[in-house]
Design a protein around this ligand. Structure first.
Ligand code: AN7
Length: 343
């Protein structure tokens, strides 16, 4: 679809699971709150339920084009699910290294069902990525983390879609930051669209890290990153320099949101019928923070990126309410009693 902006040639194998073209959903609640027009880019609608598919499709196709048989990645969960799916689709093998005990259940289930070799290391994501860097070349495997440039190239498509849907770039883009690839890819995409004359302005890039893993906010790596939003539990963002450039050049910034802020945002969008995983809700948490501090202009157009599907992390969803279902006898009266006659 956006082939002219991508390094695809006649030798690139055709590979797709129909990724992209995700919904841009108007949030009436957030728009009203900020006196602005606020959209949510719902990346949970991608084939494996996260934005990773946009870049993974290209990274795996290029690996295959160059003759690789095995792809490898470190992952907090979504990259491994996506790598496993596209490797399966391409008839290749996927090896994924994950931090033991810190990957949401749905993501682990995906990597397993798609048939990846899953190695859980006693360490965090940053340790896993270091091990991947150590082993990939000697083992003849292609790294498909976002240090692979094709990942960022492919992920530009989300920025293109937003501009095409709105007819122009938004004024501000809110986005979670983990390993810092996605914010860098969006910025690359907006600049490419500007250069091609498809848009006449670019948005302020507003990135948000979890407070317990806010390396770019503090200006130094976090050796023991902590947050319940395991997707962004990353202490040494590989694309940190690109992300800081995006923030600076666009007059935006990278800020921290607390786990409580993220939980509040997670519930807020769910009350509008939108289910996104905790890491994704960091964008909305950041938006709410900036509305409170008066940094969102009235009448402006804003997009918050919801990077992954809420179904990925059922444990977090269920932990928010201790006993979600009330179990009653199988009778009309028992059901009416349970709902308190409120109907
Ligand atoms: C839902 O899967 O790093 O700043 O290994 O899963 O581009 O890293 C995931 C990251 C945001 C952060 N939202 O994006 C991985 C991984 C969700 C994510 C991010 C991730 P980047």
């Amino acid at each position: 679809m956006y082939k002219e902006f991508l390094p695809v040639t006649e030798n690139t194998p055709s590979l797709t699971l129909a990724e992209g073209n995700t919904p841009l959903i108007l949030s009436e609640y957030l728009s009203h709150l900020a006196n602005a027009t606020v959209y949510l880019k719902y990346e949970g609608a991608n084939p494996t339920g996260s934005f990773k598919d946009r870049g993974m499709v290209l990274a795996v196709a290029k690996a295959k084009e160059l003759g690789a048989r095995v792809v490898v990645c470190a992952s907090t969960g979504n990259t491994s699910a996506s790598a496993a799916a596209y490797a399966a689709r391409a008839g290749m093998r996927a090896v994924v290294l994950i931090p033991d005990g810190y990957v949401a259940l749905g993501k682990l289930a995906q990597a397993m069902v798609y048939g990846a070799d899953i190695i859980a290391i006693r360490g965090n994501f940053d340790d896993a990525l270091q091990r991947v860097r150590d082993i990939a070349e000697p083992a003849g495997m292609t790294i498909v983390n976002s240090i692979n440039p094709y990942r960022l190239d492919g992920q530009q498509s989300a920025a293109f879609e937003i501009c095409d849907a709105l007819g122009s770039a938004p004024d501000q883009l809110y986005i979670p930051v983990g390993n810092a690839g996605n914010i860098s890819a969006y910025w690359k995409g907006f600049r490419a669209y500007l250069k091609a004359g498809r848009i006449s302005s670019v948005p302020q890039m507003c990135g948000f890290q979890a407070a317990g893993a806010a390396a770019l906010v503090h200006g130094q790596p976090v050796s023991h990153p902590e947050t319940f939003a395991t997707a962004i539990r990353i202490g040494k963002p590989a694309s940190g320099t690109l992300a800081l450039e995006a923030a600076r050049e666009s007059h935006g910034g990278i800020w921290a949101v607390t786990d409580d802020d993220i939980r509040e945002a997670y519930r807020t969008i769910a009350r509008e019928g939108i289910f996104a995983e905790p890491g994704s809700a960091a964008s909305v948490a950041g938006f709410l923070q900036r509305v409170r501090s008066g940094a969102v202009d009235k009448g402006s157009t804003v997009v918050c990126v919801l990077t992954g599907n809420g179904l990925k992390d059922p444990d977090t969803a269920m932990s928010i309410q201790p006993s979600p279902a009330r179990v009653v006898d199988n009778s009309q009266q028992a059901v009416l009693d349970a709902i308190g006659g409120s109907l």
